[in-house]
Structure formats: C-alpha cells, structure tokens
Design a protein around this ligand. Structure first.
Ligand code: G3P
Ligand code: MG
Length: 246
C-alpha cells in the first residue's frame, strides 16, 4: 500500500520517556520518527520553556506557574523522576536546547512547535520564537501550531512565509475560516473528531493527534493523511512498514 503519512512524535517519545525532555526527543529520533511535536511557554524572564502544562506540577517536582518562575528556578526542577526513578535528574529544556539537539542529529524532518497560548497568552511569545528561528540556520521543516487563532494571525503578520497549522478540538468552522484567510495551511485536530467528521478536509491537510492505537494508526495510514502525531513513534513506524509491505 502507498503510504506517505509521516510519523510525528508527540512531546517526543512520550509513551516511553518523560514527555518534553531531551531524552524523549532523542528517543523519538532513535525510533525513526519523521517529526517531533512539542509545546512552548514563556518563563517570567521571557525564556522559551518546553513543557506541556502551564504549571510545573504534573511533570516535575516543583509547584506553580511557569510564567511566575525564572529560567534559573525552572532549571533546578526534576522533569524525569515523576515518570520513573531511571530518569531522575532530567532537566526541563529550553527551545534552544531542543533545537540544538535536532541540529546535532542533523534532523531533516518536521519540527512542530505548538505555541501554548490558549490559556495564558504570553504577550510577545510569537515575536520571540520568530526572532530566534530567524537568527539561526536549521536543517528541519518548522511548522507552528496553536489552539489560539490569534497566535497564528500574529505569526502571519510577523512572517507571512512561516508554515502554520491550526490545532482544534471542535472549533472547525473557525479553522476553515483561517484556511480561507490564509492564516493557516493545515489542520491538527483530535483523532476522535476526525473520525466523526471524515469529510472535513482532504487527508493531505490533516495531522491528527493523539494517534496511539493500532486501529487509529491503520485508519490514518489507509487514508494516507499528511501525518499522525503519536506517543509511540516506534510502533507507528513499524506498523507503517508492515502496511507498506516492507
Ligand atoms: O500538537 C498536537 C497536540 O500536542 C495538541 O494537544 O494538549 O497534547 O498539546 P496537547
Ligand atoms: Mg502539543
């Protein structure tokens, strides 16, 4: 079967490593992932912090909002021990550290950076990420995404060439409107929503999350979607090879 679908590792190899850490991203590369998805926030001193939640409570040994902590405080947190003792001592990475890891690995795949501006807006974060990527050379394809349409509009105004995709759960009308207005190119919806709305968009514009079951992976591969975003990239890469008859 012809399958062009890319496998994007959600927060790195989240299923087998502490999410959104360098060990998780390195594992995803070793697993053969075609892409990496991650989430970015602002610290109090406006550093670009890689974490999923707005607070550090769930994934580290600390408490409180990222936005109320300086980078130095965040660097003292342990982002591995809640996952397992084996990863005790793992730090919370900055965006720059993740990008350096990808450069060191000569990673030529997709880097999907999700701006986590839907709960806290982090004024200036769009400019900060755009300035950073404008100041470096990188070997991967950068795709921005956000649940917050305003962030995608700001990115469009700063850099019309930036590649942007809309993340959504149910606000599909808004997503279609953004595509018509050329604020976005593709859609990153919840896989459960995609299955309920199979004719919403052509497969080549869809990168659903979080595609973890064999059944959901097969569904997306058969439709030849642009990509899947999964916690288990190794399993997805293997299943895709089997379905391709490799
Ligand atoms: O970018 C896809 C996915 O990560 C969106 O949801 O909550 O895991 O960031 P979430
Ligand atoms: Mg995300």
């Amino acid at each position: 079967m012809k399958i062009d679908t890319k496998v994007i590792a959600h927060r790195g190899s989240k299923g087998t490593r502490p999410e959104n850490t360098l060990v998780s991203f390195q594992a995803a590369l070793n697993d053969g992932a075609d892409g990496i998805e991650t989430d970015v926030h602002f610290s109090k001193d406006h550093q670009l912090i890689i974490m999923h939640d707005e607070t550090v409570d769930r994934t580290t040994n600390g408490h409180g909002l990222i936005y109320e902590k300086n980078l130095a405080e965040i660097k003292h947190l342990d982002a591995g021990m809640r996952f397992s003792e084996e990863f005790k001592g793992t730090q919370v990475p900055t965006l720059q550290e993740v990008v350096q890891l990808l450069i060191d690995n000569q990673f030529a795949g997709i880097f999907n950076l999700e701006l986590k501006t839907n709960k806290i807006q982090y004024p200036g974060i769009e400019q900060a990420v755009d300035e950073y990527f404008s100041s470096i050379h990188y070997p991967f394809q950068l795709i921005y995404s956000s649940f917050n349409a305003r962030s995608l509009e700001i990115l469009t105004n700063i850099d019309p060439q930036a590649y942007r995709a809309k993340l959504f759960k149910t606000a599909a009308k808004q997503a279609k409107g953004l595509k018509r207005s050329r604020f976005i190119e593709d859609f990153h919806p919840d896989i459960r929503w995609v299955k309920r709305h199979p004719y919403f968009a052509s497969a080549k514009h869809l990168r659903p999350w979080t595609v973890n079951t064999t059944e959901d992976m097969q569904y997306c591969f058969k439709k030849n979607m642009a990509a899947i975003i999964t916690d288990f990239p190794a399993r997805a890469v293997q299943l895709r090879a089997e379905m391709r008859g490799e």
